[in-house]
Design a protein around this ligand. Structure first.
Ligand code: NAD
Ligand code: DAU
Length: 339
């Protein structure tokens, strides 16, 4: 089979292409990525010379380019990771989120409709459900929870999901959607909470916590996410949505203190900063459907996964130090200038 993975030079897509190239030598994995600030070919270094792997630089929202590519390559499966993914950037500047996350998705869907496909899989997010209150620990996001996004980022992802479902109902396109909770693990771009804290704490810099640090995220190791997606594209039912999460809820303050503890750094590095606008309070996934229908179970507890992740950042300093010394440095200086 020929599988197109978009956004495969990013965090989750990069882990997924490595997983697929190594697990399925008989399949061809084509990685299409625009290489925005978040894309990094160093992430795919371990597979760049494999015979069943090919990288193409390009934009999922460029209609002519996408149609030419689909006509030439005749993909069997498309897995769409490509996105603008950072909530804080979407608050500053929503436009590129509409272009890539919405127009990019509909461009891919149109190409699938035109050239035919066995499966289109959309990588969505639990953020499309909005948030849950902090004092109702009995509540979880199920696939039936109404979508109710808060940020420009999550609104663009929710809009994309609606198009994916509409293309299934209207044109019979064989689609699936997965909505995963917060990922962590190797190759996570250091603008996101966990790698930001690790990289700043290692340099003995203050670590920023938005608001009071009580907001809760439901953390899943990226390798567990990759296995879930693999199962869904092979065994998931067409037209269905699958939530992915492993019941690893932690407040931001707990996560940060945990990382500082493992690194042997003082909690005095913690600096409370202005809260994120519209900051979602709590995310929590109910994974019953994927567990019972597809037999998926996460392998990593947060305790094991976070130690593994910290070790990876300690052993791969070149990967993230190159990022924080380049163009991204300007963003960091603007975001965290007063801490
Ligand atoms: P990322 O920002 O690390 O990677 C995104 C990749 O997409 C980058 O390599 C970038 O170059 C590429 N890209 C951006 N615009 C493009 C375009 N127009 N054409 C082609 N490529 C383009 O993101 P991530 O954290 O790996 O997230 C991947 C997907 O998973 C996203 O769709 C995101 O919404 C979803 N998701 C992420 C998380 C998480 O915790 N990170 C959780 C659930 C779902
Ligand atoms: O839930 C899935 C989502 O998880 C994905 O769809 C997004 O692409 C991904 O970026 C992530 O979104 P979050 O906004 O939850 O992740 P982030 O790492 O940006 O923030 C995690 C929490 O930490 C959030 O409550 C905000 C807080 N935070 C973040 C940063 C960057 C801080 O307190 N300080 C910070 O400096």
């Amino acid at each position: 089979m020929k599988i197109l993975v978009t956004g495969g030079a990013g965090f989750i897509g990069g882990n997924f292409v490595q997983y697929m190239v190594n697990k399925y030598p008989e399949d061809t994995i084509v990685n299409l990525d625009l290489l925005t600030y978040a894309g990094n070919l160093e992430t795919c270094k371990s597979i760049e010379n494999k015979e069943n792997y090919k990288f193409i630089q390009g934009d999922i929202a460029d209609r002519k380019f996408i149609f030419d590519l689909f006509e030439k390559e005749k993909f069997d499966i498309v897995v769409n990771f490509a996105a603008e993914s950072h909530v804080d950037r979407s608050i500053e500047s929503p436009e590129s989120f509409v272009r890539t996350n919405v127009n990019g998705t509909t461009t891919l869907l149109d190409a699938c409709n035109t050239y035919g496909i066995k499966r289109y899989h959309q990588i969505s997010t639990d953020e499309v459900y909005g948030d849950l209150p902090l004092d109702r620990l009995d509540l979880f996001f199920t696939e039936e929870t109404p979508i109710n996004p808060s940020s420009p980022y999550s609104s663009s992802k929710a809009a994309a999901d609606l198009f994916v479902l509409a293309y299934h109902r209207t044109y019979g396109l064989p689609v699936t959607i997965s909505r995963c909770s917060n990922n962590y693990g190797p190759y996570h771009f250091p603008e996101k909470l966990i790698p930001l804290i690790i990289s700043r704490a290692l340099a003995d810099k203050n670590v920023p916590i938005y608001g009071d640090g009580k907001n809760v995220r439901d953390w899943l190791h990226v390798y567990d996410h990759c296995e879930a997606i693999d199962l869904i594209i092979r065994k998931g039912k067409v037209g269905e949505i699958y939530n992915i999460g492993g019941h690893n809820e932690r407040s931001n303050l707990e996560v940060v203190k945990n990382i500082l503890g493992i690194l042997g750094k003082s909690e005095s590095l913690i600096k409370y900063v202005e809260d994120r606008k519209g900051h979602d309070l709590r995310y929590a996934i109910d994974p019953t459907k994927i567990e019972s229908e597809l037999g998926w179970k996460p392998k990593y507890s947060f305790e094991t996964g976070i130690k593994h992740t910290i070790e990876w950042y300690l052993n791969n300093e070149d990967w993230w130090k190159n990022i924080i010394s380049g163009e991204y440095k300007k963003y960091l200086e603007k975001m965290y200038k007063n801490i």
